[in-house]
Design a protein around this ligand. Structure first.
Ligand code: ATP
Length: 235
C-alpha cells in the first residue's frame, strides 16, 4: 500500500469535559477512498472536525503529509490541502451559486479544479450560477458544497453525511461524480449512513462506536455480521 497521506495516532476529542473520541488510530493512503460508518452520535462528525482543525487537538495526534497539524488553525489546514464538505452544506445564503464556489477558490492552491471544471462535473450548477444558493434543491446545494471544496484543489477531501436527506436519484448522481473527483489522485474520506453505499465506493472502512474504532477492514472483505457487531455493539 502507498504512504499514508493522513495518520491519526491516538486521537482524543473533547467538548468541554465531555470526551467524544478515545484514542482513534486511522490512516488514509494516497488516492484512497476511505469510508467511516457508525450510529448517530458515534463521533463521525467530531472526527472530521478534529482533522480539519475545527476542534483543537494535540499537534502530533493528526499528521497530514508528514506534518503534525493537530493544533493548527482550520485556514492553515485548508491551505495545506485538506477540504471538508460539511454536513448540512453550510453555504452562504445571500451569495449566488458562483460566489459560493469562488469562496473555495480563495484557498490559493494550484491544481486541476476551477469553476469550469466544477460546471463540467455538475452542469446544473452552470445553469443556476447566478441564482441564490438557497433557491436550489438540497441535492443541488450539496453539489455546490462539493464544488466549493474542489475549488480549493485539496489533496484530501472529506464528505460528512454525503447523502443525508437527498433523493435517491440525486445520491446516484453525486456518487457517479466521485470517480471523476478522486480519479486524479485525490484521496477521500466519506462519512456515510448508507452502509451498502459506503462499502461500494470505498477500499477500506472504519466503524466508530461511542468514540472508538470498533472495526477496520477492507470494504470488500468485511461481513455484514462484523458490521452489525461493530455498529451496535451486539454479540
Ligand atoms: P451523527 O450521525 O448524529 O452526526 P456522529 O457520529 O457524527 O453522529 P458526533 O456528532 O461526532 O457523532 O457526536 C459525538 C458525540 O459528541 C455525541 O455524543 C454528541 O452528543 C457529542 N457532541 C457533538 N457535538 C457536540 C457539541 N458541540 N457539544 C457537546 N457535545 C457534542
Amino acid at each position: 500500500m502507498s504512504e499514508p497521506i493522513l495518520t491519526l495516532a491516538g486521537l482524543d476529542a473533547f467538548y468541554g469535559d465531555f470526551q467524544a473520541l478515545f484514542g482513534v488510530d486511522l490512516t488514509v493512503s494516497e488516492g484512497e477512498v476511505l469510508a467511516i460508518i457508525g450510529a448517530n452520535g458515534a463521533g463521525k462528525t467530531t472526527l472530521l472536525r478534529s482533522i480539519s482543525g475545527l476542534i483543537g487537538n494535540k499537534a502530533d495526534q493528526v499528521q497530514f503529509r508528514g506534518a503534525s497539524i493537530g493544533a493548527e488553525r482550520p485556514d492553515v489546514i485548508a491551505q495545506m490541502g485538506l477540504a471538508m464538505v460539511p454536513e448540512g452544506r453550510q453555504l452562504f445564503p445571500s451569495l449566488s451559486v458562483e460566489e459560493n464556489l469562488m469562496i473555495g477558490g480563495r484557498v490559493n492552491r494550484k491544481g486541476p479544479w476551477n469553476l469550469q471544471k466544477v460546471f463540467d462535473l455538475f452542469p446544473i450548477l452552470e445553469e443556476r450560477k447566478a441564482q441564490a444558493s438557497t433557491s436550489l434543491s438540497g441535492g443541488q446545494q450539496q453539489m455546490v458544497a462539493i464544488g466549493r471544496a474542489l475549488m480549493a484543489n485539496p489533496d484530501l477531501i472529506m464528505f460528512d453525511e454525503i447523502s443525508l436527506g437527498l433523493a435517491p436519484v440525486i445520491i446516484r448522481d453525486i456518487y457517479k461524480a466521485l470517480p471523476g473527483i478522486v480519479g486524479g489522485g485525490m484521496s477521500a474520506v466519506i462519512v456515510e449512513q448508507d452502509i451498502t453505499k459506503a462499502l461500494e465506493v470505498s477500499s477500506r472502512v472504519y466503524c466508530l462506536q461511542e468514540g472508538r474504532v470498533s472495526l477496520e477492514g477492507k470494504s470488500d472483505a468485511v461481513s455484514r455480521e462484523d458490521i452489525a457487531r461493530a455498529y451496535f455493539g451486539v454479540e
